[in-house]
Structures are given as structure tokens and as C-alpha cells.
Design a protein around this ligand. Structure first.
Ligand SMILES: Nc1ncnc2c1ncn2[C@@H]1O[C@H](COP(=O)(O)OP(=O)(O)O)[C@@H](O)[C@H]1O
Ligand SMILES: [Mg+2]
Length: 287
């Protein structure tokens, strides 16, 4: 691998005002000097979350390459002084240290899909419905094992429908918050956990809808994947060995996609059949 380049965007804007702590306690909304609100995720909040911001950064860049509705992350610099003047950032539990952090735009008028748990939206109610299949396939590529209903953000649009945003890519790649070259290999062949989000997606999509997106990911040039990995800021201390291992994981996982998605379809289809059977036998019992 060649010399790693780092992004310089960190210097472009600076934090102006602390606005709120988000649910979960480790992400904050901060107003920046460009007049926009950003969600800031901190590098090294806890040792057990060592790779969190790196994952957010890499996955959002890959999602952007594929024109997915990921909220784009960039690196931002938070100076010592801002932290010293913000009591909300003086935590005994988490470390909010000065330096380069990951930040993405804060989406106004939005709420998590979990809030619609009892009445999940139909395809018609979503402005970008083709992105639901895209999200499922993408999650399998980057091994996102955290696509709960809390990690899909719905933006309320003036037409009365919703725009779907994909958020929270901290737990991606085999090993998640603490992946290493070893976990990327050892944990690679695990199945992604069952998610209501996927059952919902499966219930409103035709299996053919996944195919286009598999092809789209498979044809992402490896050079672009390499560029994304090389652009991880040096300050986040991802070693050359780790960068290489991540590159190989992503390249090899592309080839697995047709297989993984076909397993996904069989699995969620059989969940549906089991559900229907359970309902039928319940009805019989009650009659
Ligand atoms: N870009 C965003 N715009 C608006 N709200 C957001 C955004 N990102 C996250 N949130 C809100 O903050 C919550 C926590 O963020 P998330 O990225 O899921 O972090 P974590 O679950 O790791 O704490 C989300 O459930 C959502 O309500
Ligand atoms: Mg979350």
C-alpha cells in the first residue's frame, strides 16, 4: 500500500456552540462555524469503542460512493478550549478529548423508525423506496450487524411522506468497535443477527429488487475502496496492516454478496412462513 493521505477538512470549520447530547450519550449535536448543526462522534470515548469513528467515516464514504442515503461523515477538529468551556463534555464515564472527530450533518425533522414500530411504513410512504433494498445489500457488504429500527432515520417531508436515512455505522466489519486483522478473518462468516428492519424490508420488497444493487456493489472499483481506506486520518492510528486487512475484507466480501443475499432471502422468507403458520394454528386453537 502506498503512503497514506489524510483529509484536511478538519481545519475548514470549527465548533461554535454545544446544542445537545443524543440518546446513547456519546454523540452530540454541535453548531459549527459554517452555521450548520453536526452530530459529532468522538474518537476514543472508551477503549472498547476504539474503531467507532473510523467505521462511521469509512462506511459513510463507501455509502456516498454508491449514492446511498448515508449521512456523510467527515473529520472535524475540536480544540481543547471548546471542551474546557462545555460542561456537558466533562464526563467521568466517557472521554471527550480534543482532536479530530467524525461529524455528519444533523437531520432536522427526523425520528427513528423504531417510533413507527407498531405501524411500519409502506413503500408508498417512503420518498426513496429503492434505497431499502440497497441498504440491505450494503449492510451485508460492510457486515453491519446493528441495523436495528433505531438506526434508520426517517425525515418528515412536507408532502407528508418520509425520506429514509441510514445512520450509525459504528458496528460494522467483523469485530465492530474493536475489529482487527484477526477478527476480520475469524468472524467473517457469521450470519448477521435477525433484525426487525430486515423483516420489514423483506415484507415490502420483491426479491428481484436486491439484484441491481448487488451488481452495483460488485462493480465498485477496488481502487476506490483503497482510496477511501487511505483517506482515514493518520490521527486515528489505523496501522498499515489494519488498512490492508480492511481493504482485503471489502474486496473479498464483494464476491460473497450474491451468496449472502440469497441466504438472506431464504432466511427471511422462512421467518414469514413460520409466522403465518403460527398465526394459522393460533386461529384454529381459538376457534
Ligand atoms: N444525523 C443525524 N440527524 C439527526 N439525528 C441523529 C443523527 N444521527 C443520529 N441521530 C439521533 O441520535 C441517536 C443516536 O445516534 P447513533 O448514531 O445511533 O449513535 P449510538 O446509537 O451509537 O449512540 C439516533 O438514534 C438518532 O435519534
Ligand atoms: Mg444507534
Amino acid at each position: 500500500m502506498e503512503e497514506i493521505e489524510t483529509e484536511n477538512v478538519g481545519q475548514a470549520k470549527y465548533p461554535v456552540k454545544f446544542l445537545q447530547t443524543l440518546s446513547g450519550g456519546t454523540a452530540h449535536v454541535i453548531l459549527f462555524s459554517d452555521g450548520k448543526k453536526y452530530v459529532v462522534k468522538w474518537n476514543g470515548t472508551e477503549t472498547r469503542r476504539a474503531k467507532e469513528v473510523i467505521n462511521e467515516y469509512v462506511v459513510s464514504k463507501l455509502g456516498t460512493l454508491l449514492s446511498l442515503p448515508v449521512v456523510p461523515f467527515e473529520s472535524v477538529y475540536i480544540p481543547d478550549e471548546f471542551i474546557a468551556n462545555t460542561p456537558e463534555l466533562h464526563s467521568t464515564r466517557y472521554q471527550f478529548n480534543p482532536g479530530l472527530q467524525s461529524a455528519c450533518p444533523f437531520i432536522e425533522n427526523s425520528f427513528i423508525l423504531k417510533e413507527l414500530n407498531n405501524n411500519l411504513p409502506s413503500k408508498m410512504e417512503i420518498k426513496n423506496p429503492d434505497m431499502i433494498a440497497a441498504m440491505v445489500v450494503f449492510d451485508h457488504w460492510v457486515f453491519n450487524y446493528d441495523r436495528t429500527l433505531r438506526n434508520v432515520l426517517m425525515e418528515r417531508l412536507s408532502e407528508g411522506n418520509y425520506y429514509l436515512h441510514m445512520i450509525d455505522h459504528g458496528k460494522c466489519f467483523p469485530g465492530g468497535y474493536t475489529w482487527s486483522p484477526q477478527t476480520l478473518i475469524k468472524k467473517r462468516n457469521k450470519k448477521l443477527s435477525y433484525r426487525d428492519t430486515y423483516q420489514w424490508a423483506f415484507s415490502i420488497l420483491n426479491p428481484e429488487e436486491y439484484t441491481t444493487f448487488i451488481d452495483k456493489i460488485v462493480s465498485v472499483p477496488n481502487e476506490l475502496i483503497l482510496e477511501v481506506i487511505q483517506s482515514i486520518p493518520e490521527e486515528w492510528q489505523v496501522t498499515l496492516e489494519e488498512r490492508e486487512a480492511l481493504y482485503h475484507f471489502l474486496v473479498e466480501q464483494k464476491d460473497q454478496l450474491p451468496n449472502l443475499i440469497s441466504q438472506f432471502i431464504t432466511r427471511y422468507d422462512s421467518n414469514n412462513t413460520k409466522k403465518k403458520k403460527r398465526k394459522k394454528s393460533k386461529k384454529k386453537k381459538n376457534n
